[in-house]
Unconditional design. Sequence first.
Lengths: 151, 187
Amino acid sequence: MASVALNLTALMDILSNLLFFLLASYTAQSVEVEGQSGLKLPSSTSQLTLTPQVTITVTASHIDVGGVAVANIQQGTIVEPLDKDGKVGPLFERLRSLKASREAAGRGDLADAALILVLADKGTDSQTITRVLKTAGFAGFYNVRFGVIAR
Amino acid sequence: MSGGGVETEDEGGSSGSNVFGEEVVAPVALNLTALMDILSNLLFFLLACFGTTIVMGINATVPVQSPDKSNVADTKQSVTAGVSLGKDGFDVSIVGAAQSQDELDRWRRKIPPRDGSPDYGALKAHLLLIKQTYPRSDTMILTPEPGLTYEGMVNTMDAARESEVVVSGVSRSVALFPTVVVSTVIR
């Protein structure tokens, strides 16, 4: 009986494309969510999807804005001294400069101009979170979206 | 490219050479079955992972001093819930401009921890009662005490967002206090 030779080239093409697409998506997500040590997001029942925003990341050891470290955390508290209003100085300066550059680019009046995304480790002290939010509010980012893992 | 069987082809007749007199090279038949297996496994693994790392969001606001807008409800059918999250449980209260102080005080309740952890079920039940009495309410002011975790704040916001209600035998999801203002304890 003659053996059947299947031409798998087209199928291989499709599979390879799918594979690269999924690899790219998987990598992009893991960088944002688990790419930093000391960052495990809490889980939530929220169904609200995320859109790209200015992101404040609060890990167990530091706070960064858009990947730039602005403050350190030791034993659950922010190392940098607070100013008289209770703001975290370096965080405030960084957020103000982002706000100013957005306004200079003509994006100051957009609906999400005052919106900021906070990705914080689930074990972060609530006082650290409220201090970050207060600082963001002073810098003009008074709408907050907390990033959480869908439960 | 073909998988499986080996195929031979004679392009230049039966002599074993082509029209240019070169020796015919037998076509190479690659067996792709093993590669297909690996790719398929990788594909299903990545498909499974793709659906499990979705990041969602919870909206909240920071208190902002404004002369023309207040977070305090000002109609008979609406109040603003205040939830303090502390080590000894929740302290729930409501504020409203259109209610008497006695009426507001009746809804004040301390919810102690249950089995060492915050009683989110009791909080949800109490907020549901408030919502049923003041159906136009939607704002909660969350005040976490220092020393508690961010995860506790998120769980509290989850409990206050919506509740399942059975109406005529059909379970429905009802929004409770989805608008959250995160405040701080003033000492």
